[in-house]
Design a binder for this molecule. Structure first.
Ligand code: TXA
Ligand code: MG
Length: 311
């Protein structure tokens, strides 16, 4: 049994409906197949990490129908507009400051105040964005640590029949999008990909900075959002002066990741709750989270947040 859907108008409408209901759909782009969820739906985004069996939360790329839609998610400067005008729709991803009103779940950006955006060129990805009427996120549609899929049957090999796949044929580029960060003083190449650096440099009028010198490559993200207040893990109860972040049966005096002990709900709430408690300025004690399924990624994130900070 497979779950390969046609890309005619009824297949696209069905896929958009599935996303609206909080489900996942694999969608072809010009680079590789992506595993899509509504960018605003924290629980669906958590389901992506669960499905990919990712042991950590890497931020995801927000896919938009056009530059106008991308400007509701990210703040564009002159440089960003020049690159968008030249390469969109197409395989270039821009990392930009997140717009204040962006309707993007905190899990998408791993709590960072930057966001990666791109406008895909593939007609099926475009049709799905049009039918949905809002952005979706889409990491490559493979289990963690495996090769990115470039055909619908590759995706079925990864996830079996559980995830419907819109069959747009083989991907033209077969290589992920190039990622350029515009959040530092100089445009930086974070991931080489389908658009060549020299073509980007021709538009910018100067060379791209290579990652390094404190700027980390994607996949090795050390600069995830970390709270300013101390974090204590595997706590059974708060000590004097602490705020308690509960899970399951362990109390919810201040906040709970999931009162029912649901890991998907916990992942969906994680970054927003850390931010909210951080803003209160008091140390945080966190209940222990089972080290299984999404709990592995949640614990990875909590361990980093609790680790001693570089000074
Ligand atoms: O071609 C592509 O970009 C494909 C197709 C499906 O669109 N998608 C893709 O997504 O390659 P993914 O999740 O496999 O890779 C996204 C990369 C990650 O390495 C992540 O670290 C980086 O983008 N990224 C996302 N948001 C970021 C941010 N705010 N700052 C720095 N890097 C970011
Ligand atoms: Mg990938």
């Amino acid at each position: 049994m497979t779950n390969i859907w046609k890309t005619n108008p009824s297949g696209i409408a069905r896929a958009a409906e599935r996303l609206r209901e909080g489900g996942l759909v694999a969608v072809p782009t010009e680079t590789v197949y992506g595993l899509a969820a509504r960018a605003a739906d924290a629980s669906a985004v958590a389901q992506i990490f669960e499905t990919k069996q990712r042991p950590s939360f890497n931020p995801l790329i927000v896919h938009c129908e056009n530059e106008g839609a991308a400007e509701t998610v990210a703040r564009f400067d002159h440089c960003a507009r020049k690159l968008a005008a030249k390469f969109w729709p197409g395989p270039l991803t821009l990392v930009l400051p997140r717009a204040a009103e962006a309707e993007v779940a905190d899990l998408v950006t791993a709590g960072l105040d930057t966001v990666a955006v791109r406008v895909p060129q593939h007609p099926v990805a475009q049709a799905l964005l049009g039918a949905l009427g809002e952005p979706f996120v889409a990491p490559s549609a493979n289990r963690s640590g495996r090769i990115s899929p470039t055909t619908a049957s590759h995706v079925v090999d990864e996830f079996g029949p559980a995830i419907p796949v819109l069959d747009g044929g083989p991907c033209a580029e077969g290589l992920e999008s190039t990622i350029v960060s515009l959040v530092n003083s100089r445009p930086t190449l974070l991931r080489p990909g389908a658009v060549l650096p020299r073509d980007i440099e021709a538009v910018l009028g100067h060379p791209l900075q290579a990652p390094g010198g404190g700027i980390e490559a994607p996949g090795m993200m050390t600069s995830h959002y970390a709270p300013a207040v101390p974090l204590r893990l595997n706590a059974e109860a708060p000590r004097a002066g602490e705020q308690f972040l509960g899970f399951g049966a362990l109390g919810a005096s201040d906040a709970t990741l999931s009162a029912s002990g649901d890991l998907r709900e916990a992942a969906a709430n994680l970054f927003a709750l850390l931010r909210a408690l951080d803003a209160n300025g008091k140390p945080i004690a966190v209940a222990s989270i089972p080290q299984e399924g999404l709990g592995v990624a949640i614990n990875d994130r909590l361990a980093r947040a609790a680790a001693p900070r570089p000074t």
